[in-house]
Every structure is written in C-alpha cells, then in structure tokens.
Ligand binder design. Structure first.
Ligand code: ADP
Ligand code: MG
Length: 235
C-alpha cells in the first residue's frame, strides 16, 4: 500500500454550545494516498470548508483521529500547527490570498523564509517555481498588477515551492473565468502526473470530474466514495 498523506477516521466537529450546538461533521473517514488527485464534492453547507480547515490544521477535530503524512495530530500541540502546515501543506484558496504589498517573487519565497531558509536560497527557488508556472516575466509584479489567472498561478507556485507532501485547494477556480479555470485544472492534472498529491474542494461536479477520485460529502457525512464519478452521478 502507498503511504497515506491523509488518514482521518470517524472525525466529528461541531460549533457552538448547548442548544445552539451545530454538528457539522458527524463521523468522517477519509484516506488519501500519496500521488492521488482527489476532489471533495458537496453542496453548499455540507461541511466542505469545515473539513478543509481540519485537513489543513486551521481548526482542531473534536473526536476521531487524524494523521497527516504519518504524523498523529493528537500528539501535537496547537502551537506546532503552523510549523506542520508549513512543512506538510501547500494551500491554494479561491481568492488567491496573496500579500498585496509584496511582489510575486516574495509571495512565493515566503513559505521558505518562514521555514528559516536563507533569502538567497528562497529567492532562487521562488524564481524557479514561478518559471515553472509560466510567470518568469512577472515575478517583480505585485498582485494588483496581475490578472486573476496569473495571481492564482502565483498562489500555485507558493503552494509548490516548499515541496510539501499535500496540495490542498479550496474552490481554486471559483474566482476565475471558465477558460482560466480550465487552465488551472489542466495544470493540476499535470502536477499530479508528476506525482503531486492534490486534494481539491469544490461544489461543482464539472470541476470534480477533473480529479481521479471523488469523495462526496452531504450533511456532514461522506455519502459516497467512488473512483468513477459517473457511478455517483447515476444514483
Ligand atoms: P460548505 O463549505 O460545504 O458550504 P461549511 O463547512 O462552511 O460548509 O458549513 C457547514 C455547516 O456548518 C453550515 O450549516 C454552517 O452554517 C455551519 N458552520 C460552519 N462554521 C460555523 C461556525 N464557526 N459556527 C457555527 N456554525 C458553523
Ligand atoms: Mg465552503
């Protein structure tokens, strides 16, 4: 068996207390092996963002267990989450989440600088990664000098630069026009073909179809898991 990048078992998550408590995730189990390209698909309100926040160590699980790349999250203090995130996960968000006052180059170098790499090394790797996403001529531009598609490519470069075992993308094409969105998805397929593990959250079946496997979330539960999306859609 391949090594699991995500191994989550019977995870529960609720918000609020007492009668105001909302049980958002009601026992979710997910395994993602190294080298997979998985879409987590579900309607609005089904718990996708909550799940993404748990996978991405932005929030903590209430119960169950979660191993990321072999590391048991329960054994880690919340203080160490930022370090684990930096080492294990490259994030891609719907709205890019670039730092507007920094150039593309510096935005991409940042995860390496946070890791303690020298400015020289970080800059070199960032420039190479921007080249990889086709933005070598834009590396000294700030986000507001770039198109949406270019900004998302900067964000993809930032997610790639640290060579993390997991790329986690939340509605990565949600703020892009259809053509640019298709380009981003084609690039994900290319990265996956090179061995990158990608988990992509989406509410759109057409986008989920681009992944190799689809996990369907409904009302806080995994209701279907299928290698073939057509099987899901036929039900
Ligand atoms: P999705 O991303 O699939 O639209 P979410 O994970 O954002 O779903 O939300 C799932 C459910 O959990 C929704 O009913 C939402 O109102 C509720 N929820 C999410 N976050 C909170 C929170 N911080 N406090 C209370 N309820 C929340
Ligand atoms: Mg959401």
């Amino acid at each position: 068996m391949e090594k699991a990048v995500i191994d989550m078992k019977d995870v529960h998550k609720s918000y609020g207390i007492g009668e105001h408590q909302v049980n958002v995730l009601k026992g979710v189990s997910i395994t993602v092996e190294q080298g997979e390209f998985v879409a987590i698909l579900g309607p609005s309100g089904s718990g996708k963002t909550t799940l993404m926040n748990l996978i991405g160590l932005i929030d903590t699980i209430d119960s169950g267990y979660y191993f990321i790349d072999g590391l048991n999250i329960q054994d880690q203090s919340e203080k160490s989450y930022a370090t684990i995130r930096n080492e294990k996960i490259g994030f891609i968000f719907q709205k890019f989440n670039l730092i507007s006052k920094y150039t593309a180059l510096y935005n991409v170098a940042l995860p390496l600088l946070l890791r303690g790499e020298s400015y020289k090394d970080a800059r070199l790797k960032a420039a190479k990664t921007l080249e990889r996403v086709g933005l070598e001529e834009r590396m000294h531009h700030r986000p507001n000098q770039l198109s949406g598609g270019q900004q998302q490519r900067v964000a993809i470069a930032r997610a790639l630069v640290g060579d993390c075992p997991l790329i986690l993308a939340d509605e990565p094409t949600g703020a892009l026009d259809q053509k640019t969105g298709s380009e981003v998805l084609a690039f994900f397929q290319e990265l996956n073909a090179e061995g990158k593990t990608i988990v992509m959250i989406t509410h759109d079946v057409k986008i989920a179809e681009k992944a190799k496997r689809v996990i369907l979330v409904e009302d806080g539960l995994i209701c279907e898991e299928n290698r073939q999306l057509s099987n899901v859609l036929l039900k």
